[in-house]
Design a protein around this ligand. Sequence first.
Ligand SMILES: [Zn+2]
Length: 246
Amino acid sequence: MIKVNKLPKPTELTPDVVLKLTTEYKTTKKSVWKKAYIEEALLSSSHSKCAYCECKLNVESKYMEVEHYQDKHTHPDLVVDWDNLLPSCKRCNGRKHKHNTEINPIIDPSKMNPQEHLKMKYYRLIGKTDIGKETISVLLLNDTRKVVQKRFEISQLVHEKIEELLEKCQDYHTGSKSTRLRNRIVQTTKNILEEASPQAEYAATVASDILNDPHFHKIIDILKSEYLWDSELDELFIATQDIALL
Ligand SMILES: [Zn+2]
């Protein structure tokens, strides 16, 4: 889970429209939130990922569902309240269902920083606070088959790239400093950090894993000693630190 920077409320969602849709929901229970302008703004806010588990949405039959942080059954007045809506996968939305966040709050990633409530260990999330623990338990964020396995698989690919990159860095450091090898090293380092950037699937997992990998820190040391660490790498590295769950 990473912080979700929600876009401003869609212009279509005027006070009049909100009142009309809310009234319609209260009388008919229709899915009044199913509007393209709401769904598109939510997807753009989260880089098309589930705000809770970070799976990519609208790919491989994983369609986005509009999640009501405060459940719509208890709080019908918030059914199209922009501040109450999050993009979610079917699994997370289903797990949360009618959970009352007023009595037992969970992380609202558009208002709270998940870094303060969660850490990652062996691809499993650990709650640092009561809210963190409640979030993991309500959303079943350590479901082995559906979530932990995916985090593991994506991280293994990144670790393979780090191992290959470290060898190249050591070759460059001790051997011939060809331009081709130098460019490949810098580009591969950027590619690895991009896999831990906010738009990447399971970015919090990859970011945490990269920062916990001593071989990645060796790569950084070599790049700095060879004056290959540039401002773009620095920005990507800061972005990784900003989402890692340590
Ligand atoms: Zn999810």
